[in-house]
Design a protein around this ligand. Structure first.
Ligand SMILES: Nc1ncnc2c1ncn2[C@@H]1O[C@H](COP(=O)(O)OP(=O)(O)OP(=O)(O)O)[C@@H](O)[C@H]1O
Ligand SMILES: [Mg+2]
Length: 275
């Protein structure tokens, strides 16, 4: 199976391949206030491939504070997507703990995990992952359908979300009738429609030209700055991380190799949101 298929499957809300919960008692000694949006404690995700053990995530510990904009950097195969998928609750660790908004994901049932993915986390992928036979409005309202929001409300919320990313005139288009940037904006609208506290983005600009990529990044920055949404974004592009993220975390061979504050990130003046 290629990586895209794997990611596509993983995005489904009721992930069929998830294993039963495994309880890990997190070490809370370093985190007295418990206010972190994400806490990762000695996290491992290993894959046994025949004779070979792949340590995709190999002993990572870190904390992300609420409202931070973090870029996860590292070369191909360094474990960025694996780590992000564990935070999203799309995958279970081999060992270690992932605590999001003070909930230990290992302690959640399959249904509770589905709710976590629906309500707490919004996710955006490199390949957009829109449902091709559905219109944009239907794609965007999908999470609301899972959340059993009633139909009248769903339409209005989906329209508003699409208007928010400049796609108010594309409600009845199907993904194939849109540019790459428009598809990614729609994927953003879908990720945000349930107002998640945490946006996880895996190479959100990877398939876009630099102008369109900048547009997407500006939207993400605006959610971060005006709504205080916590962002964890995977990217290969150091320059992009330096421009947008307040913190850069580097991975190599599944290990955290560097974690630094980035003072060069540009903040924008969001006048309309200042009271
Ligand atoms: N389901 C899986 N089964 C076996 N090995 C896997 C699986 N998923 C990932 N891996 C391996 O784990 C390692 C980390 O993969 P991951 O997708 O996290 O890398 P990445 O940093 O996101 O890379 P890229 O920048 O290319 O997307 C790789 O060596 C990959 O081959
Ligand atoms: Mg990846």
């Amino acid at each position: 199976m290629n990586r895209k298929d794997r990611k596509g499957r993983k995005e489904r809300l009721s992930h069929p391949g998830i294993r039963p919960p495994m309880t890990v008692t997190p070490d809370q000694s370093n985190h007295p206030n418990g206010s972190a949006a994400v806490r990762i404690v000695d996290l491992h995700r290993h894959y046994q491939m025949g004779e070979t053990l792949i340590r995709a995530v190999d002993g990572v510990s870190l904390q992300v504070r609420a409202g931070e904009f973090v870029a996860l950097l590292g070369s191909s195969g360094s474990g960025k997507s694996s780590l992000l998928n564990l935070i999203a609750g799309l995958d279970r660790p081999t060992s270690g703990a992932v605590i999001v908004e003070d909930r230990d994901l290992a302690a959640l049932s399959r249904e509770e995990l589905a709710k976590h993915r629906l309500r707490t986390v919004g996710m955006v992928f490199q390949s957009f992952n829109l449902v091709s036979r559905m219109t944009l409005a239907e794609n965007v309202e999908l999470p609301l359908r899972f959340a059993e929001v009633d139909r009248g409300q769903r339409d209005a919320l989906a329209r508003k979300a699409l208007e928010g990313v400049g796609l108010g005139a594309r409600l009845t288009h199907r993904p194939s009738e849109l540019s790459g940037g428009e598809q990614q904006r729609a994927a953003l609208a879908r990720a945000l429609i349930n107002q998640p506290k945490l946006l996880l983005a895996d190479e959100p600009t990877g398939n876009l030209d630099s102008h369109t990529g900048t547009e997407i990044m500006n939207f993400i920055r605006e959610f971060n700055q005006s709504l205080g949404m916590t962002i964890v974004m995977v990217t290969h592009e150091r320059a992009l991380a330096e421009r947008y993220a307040g913190r850069m975390i580097f991975l190599a061979d599944g290990k955290l190799t560097d974690d630094r504050t980035n003072s060069t990130a540009v903040t924008v003046n969001l006048q309309k949101d200042q009271r």
